[in-house]
Design a protein around this ligand. Structure first.
Ligand SMILES: [Mn+2]
Length: 328
């Protein structure tokens, strides 16, 4: 049990029937992807989140739960190139996309448990294929919009938005480009994207972010949270995205401060507090339009057991808030 039972009993905000079908059902999809970054352990997060009682928590919020198991993300031989593990990422993400599209097509809320943040290649493309008017809230310390030629590391978890926004040239992928051909008809428009939580942006990404802002993306940083408060930032982000489409939230736990989420691969000081993170998820639930959510980059191998448990429990609790858990 992740939150107190008294809290759970009061939970359940009414979700609008659209874009979801009745009876409202959450598809839980495990995406144990680890090839988007170099640190082992992130592939265990789906199992740990399930062991933390996620399905029970969701069921207590008056959702039906369909646990669809894990997608096999380890699919093929690797090829060398500027994008590390390109073939694994491309083919694994396509399989995840297909699983998510099926869940969307049944009218379910699609909850994906990463894995590293490259899983958003599959989840966001699925949301856009199944529900084309989907808007995306990207909650992250990092902008994840490097392409293989601008990335300092070559790690795919820093690139999913570059692919989704069509900033990656197929020539950058070399022989691996065919592994990403399924993304050809996917395009996230900048005006349908909002960033919250940014605070670690490299020089090339700064240029990309400023261009995205000019092209209509909502780009906020922790500075905005400091100045205006999380309520203002989230309200402005949601206003920017408009009220005419389902919402997809891609939540990287490194958006949260390492004090509350130490077990993650690229922790950065100065992040969201416990309440700021929960507020954001509660505000998303309150729109009644959240149709899909990713929780990514929980890596229990990167903290002591207390920190690992705190991070897993935080992630599970944020899922509860995004699915309607409220204080009163
Ligand atoms: Mn990320």
């Amino acid at each position: 049990m992740i939150r107190g039972t008294a809290l759970l009993r009061q939970a359940t905000r009414a979700f609008a029937s659209w874009p979801l079908a009745a009876p409202r059902t959450v598809s839980i999809i495990g995406a144990p992807q680890q090839f988007g970054q170099p640190r082992g352990g992130v592939e265990n997060a789906p199992k740990l989140l399930r062991q933390a009682g996620l399905a029970e928590t969701v069921a207590n919020l008056d959702w039906r739960v369909n646990d669809e198991g894990d997608v096999d993300m380890q699919t093929t031989q690797d090829v060398a190139g500027p994008l590390r593990h390109a073939a694994q990422i491309g083919h694994g993400s396509r399989k995840l996309m297909e699983a998510c599209v099926k869940a969307h097509a049944r009218g379910n809320f699609v909850l994906t448990l990463g894995g590293d943040h490259s899983v958003a290649l599959g989840t966001v493309s699925a949301a856009l294929k199944a529900r084309p008017s989907t808007k995306v809230l990207w909650v992250d310390a990092h902008a994840d919009c490097n392409s293989p030629s601008t990335s300092p590391s070559g790690n795919a978890h820093g690139m999913p938005l570059a692919f989704l926004l069509k900033l990656v040239q197929s020539s950058e992928l070399g022989t691996a480009s065919s592994a990403f051909a399924w993304l050809d008809d996917v395009r996230l428009a900048p005006q349908n994207l909002a960033f919250v939580g940014l605070r670690d942006v490299d020089a090339e990404e700064r240029k990309i972010l400023l261009r995205l802002r000019e092209r209509g993306a909502f780009v906020s940083t922790m500075h905005d949270v400091d100045r205006r408060g999380i309520g203002h930032v989230v309200d402005t982000a949601l206003d920017h995205l408009g009220d005419d489409g389902p919402l997809h939230c891609s939540f990287d736990v490194d958006s949260c401060d390492p004090l509350i989420a130490p077990a993650t691969g690229t922790a950065v000081r100065g992040g969201l507090t416990y309440r700021e993170a929960h507020f954001l998820c509660e505000a998303l639930a309150a729109t009644g339009r959240l149709g899909s959510l990713d929780v990514v980059e929980v890596n229990s191998a990167l903290a002591d057991p207390v920190g690992a448990k705190a991070t897993v429990d935080l992630a599970a609790g944020l899922v509860a808030s995004a699915l309607g858990a409220v204080i009163l």
